[in-house]
Design a protein around this ligand. Sequence first.
Ligand SMILES: Cc1cc2nc3c(=O)[nH]c(=O)nc-3n(C[C@H](O)[C@H](O)[C@H](O)COP(=O)(O)OP(=O)(O)OC[C@H]3O[C@@H](n4cnc5c(N)ncnc54)[C@H](O)[C@@H]3O)c2cc1C
Length: 282
Amino acid sequence: MIYHRPQSIDEALALKSSLGQRARFIAGGTDLVVGIRKGRTTVDSFVDLSRVPGLAGLTRAGDTLRIGAACTHAQLEREGITALAQACETVGGPQIRNMGTLGGQVGTASPAGDVSVALIALDAVVELASVRGTRSMPLADFFVGPGRTSLEPDEMVLSVTVPTNRKSVFYKIGKRDAVAISVVVAAASVSPSGDVAVGLGCVAPVPFRPRKSEQMLRGHPLTSERIDAAAAMAASEVSPISDHRGGATYRRAMVETLTRRLLRTLADTPYEGLLSVAMSHS
Ligand SMILES: Cc1cc2nc3c(=O)[nH]c(=O)nc-3n(C[C@H](O)[C@H](O)[C@H](O)COP(=O)(O)OP(=O)(O)OC[C@H]3O[C@@H](n4cnc5c(N)ncnc54)[C@H](O)[C@@H]3O)c2cc1C
């Protein structure tokens, strides 16, 4: 295997363009190296993004935060966006959070990606780049299947942009409190104008937004009755499977429970209170 360490974003893109599909970007390596060791992934060459200048920056502009793809989970824990910080706090242990990046998280496209679920619940937009230029799309549309994204073979994730003015909250159910892959994970946010976005993980082939449920909430106050109806609708929209971590019936039931709980939290908690909302993982 050949290892490249580009010194700029342009050099990284040029390398990927010339090396083709078997060249893989590597950032923290916390997913990719595991995949190689398990024989799931074959790589001819690595293009290391972990030290490319300008790729790990955080930029605030108006009511948005632009997060460079090489930002680590540890960095994002400190940025004060509640659901994102809460999601990042639950990723692996401290070592994984210091190595694992946002670009790697969305590049892996796991239906159980905790940070991806928080990001889609924040209505995040992903920016992709190649030697041909850049393009952006809602992050929820970027995921197309388990481990599959809208990335072209020569494209990289450049950044993800999230609003900073939404109330948000995140909740994860795992087998234990730390270093646990989620059994069900959910996040929700509400904009100042009252638009609600919900993200769900481990209950569909991709990190999933229950659009019918969101539609039921659009333009209405978050009353108890409406929250209950939206939570039931969310449970009807998911397509969970049974595996060694949890059964499909349990997962569907937890979608309803977590959606209801998150929406009630959003309805009841003032903006400044959200950072201290307790999380439980069991
Ligand atoms: C012990 C352990 C515990 C974990 N716990 C959790 C957990 O609790 N929750 C959770 O969600 N995840 C967890 N993970 C998974 C992992 O840490 C995250 O998904 C992490 O964000 C991956 O980032 P990375 O930089 O290490 O990615 P890498 O392994 O470097 O890359 C992953 C994939 O993304 C691609 N990629 C990387 N950067 C880019 C880019 N900029 N553009 C395009 N493609 C790119 C790579 O080519 C590769 O396909 C855990 C992993 C381990 C090993």
